[in-house]
Design a protein around this ligand. Sequence first.
Ligand SMILES: [Mn+2]
Length: 360
Amino acid sequence: METNERVQKLVDVARGKHNILVCTHNNPDPDALACAAGVRLLLGKLLKVKPKVVYGGVVGRAENRAMINILRLNVRPFDKRMLGKKTTVILVDTQPGASNNPLPRGFVPAAVLDHHKPIRRMTGLCDFSDIRPDYGSASTIVMEYIRAAGIEPNARIATALLYGIQTDTLGIGRSGLKQDVQAMQYLFSLASLPLLHKIQNPKLPREYLYVFADAIERSRVIKDVLTCRLDDIASPDAIAEMSDFLLKAEGIGWVLVTGMHNGDLLFSLRTSGKSRTAGDLVRRIAGTKGAAGGHVRSAGGKIHLKEGSSKEDIMGSYHALSAKLEQRLYSSLKRTGEPRRFRPHPEPDRGNCSAVSDSN
Ligand SMILES: [Mn+2]
């Protein structure tokens, strides 16, 4: 299908509707926020409607909050009461039935734009869907729509889209695809680089910096595989963020971080290698218990912990389950031995920065 046709189908879904929600995944990242802003722009220009952009969870990451404030993105938390009979929902950067979005179980939105695998059964029930697992970001999909419609985004929206694509593709070295790179090249001429810089370098709350110290302290390694249990976390974003951060360590090729939020165990898996994909491995280690999915180098999921038990019980099952996930990861990758604390190498300069040692 041509891009123009897709734009037409998306527009048809919203035509004549007055209550349109563009909904992102929970704890939205820049790609989700930018993609939603792009859909809002598109429908605003083509239909003269103003959809509401809504998200589940919280915006935790300081950069993401800065993005919303600096670019004055009009977003608000989702509330079930927003879903009336006449509500048209367009879901972005996630799919119905994926459990990482705030839509009630079984709710079929009118349209979906996403780039995550797997393609969900319920996605097939939507009036319009465009799922591209071979795209680095959902913002690139909407960017192509915007261009095909002959719309030029203003500096704020262009900056949002550029940042969305950048973080989803370059952030952790996922292969930037031709389409993503093309979209970024185009957006560079329209975006505000001073604003982008401001978003990327926000002042950080001190407690936020302490999460990094805590994550290092809690890290354990077997050879090139690092695991870390953050326990209770204030913001679910911390999981993905700490995985990205710990994967920067010399000699580390795999990172699994778990944490606990609202009675769920959240986890994320990262790899810098190419031999196995994180998305496939994550589905294997999570088994059928929870919701899991992802890309080649990054993946994650959520497993609900026992309800109605005491705080100690929940903590206990969190640790037991974390241990199980860690064990499955180690054995899938055939890394044996006892996990050790993550320490600086004893020698300050080993001459070979990619050396892996199990004697640390
Ligand atoms: Mn995305």
